[in-house]
Design a protein around this ligand. Structure first.
Ligand code: MD6
Ligand code: FE
Length: 210
């Protein structure tokens, strides 16, 4: 299969407010292989519950792979070369890099693969991804497991929003005019996918950091 840009291996994306949605970009065997890779990432860099600068714990648990990982604590949000427990982050799995190359067509690989895990009741408030040095690089997101209601706004907080479902195997590319759009996860339909035996949702976001 080729998408509109002639990139092999991906269906044509749907465009929603400048986001490119690749529905079912990963078939079930590809999703299962990715989950196995991510178990290795989590074994090397355990999930943690970041604190916000206001001292509240996020409901999403996180870890990262790559040269940089995204962390949040009372000092604020930032990228760090080390896990909060001290070690360097594990490398980004080759299969994840292959998806980045296929979806973006870029030869520059991402520096960070942020892994978000949503257990029962977890959600993520509307935010912009703006901790990276250069917003010309896109952000690619990959969804695995339970389906989630993804909300998209504009570049100003408080403007109109719309939402769409992200299902297991979907990829979403946020670039161009959408790169600084507000977005978040309203809710996850816990137990809606059989991919993760104990339920939950994994979201990967791939970013060029510096
Ligand atoms: C999520 N995603 O899907 C949260 N960020 O769980 C994000 O925050 C996100 O999906 C940047 C680009 C795409 C995303
Ligand atoms: Fe984000």
């Amino acid at each position: 299969m080729q998408n509109e840009d002639g990139r092999p291996g991906l269906p044509a994306p749907q465009q929603i407010r400048g986001f490119h949605l690749y529905e079912q970009a990963l078939d079930l065997p590809a999703q299962l292989a990715l989950v196995e890779d991510l178990r290795g990432v989590i074994a090397a860099a355990p999930l943690f519950s970041p604190e916000t600068r206001y001292g509240q714990r996020m409901s999403v648990r996180m870890t990262s792979a790559g040269r940089y990982g995204w962390v949040s604590d009372r000092r604020g949000y930032r990228y760090e070369t080390h896990h909060p427990a001290g070690g360097v982050w594990p490398p980004i799995p080759a299969r994840v890099l292959a998806l980045w190359r296929a979806a973006t067509g870029l030869t520059r690989d991402p520096d960070c693969c942020l892994l978000n895990f949503y257990g029962e009741g977890a959600k993520m408030g509307l935010h912009q991804d703006r901790d990276e040095a250069d917003f010309a690089w896109p952000v690619l997101s990959i969804s695995l497991g339970d389906r989630a209601r993804f909300r998209i706004g504009g570049t100003e907080r408080g403007g109109p929003t719309e939402s769409l479902w992200l299902n297991s195997g979907d990829m979403l590319l946020m670039g161009g005019t959408a790169r600084l759009a507000f977005h978040g996860i309203d809710r996850v339909e816990f137990g809606s996918s059989p991919l993760l035996p104990k339920g939950g949702r994994i979201n990967l976001t791939l970013r060029v950091v510096d």
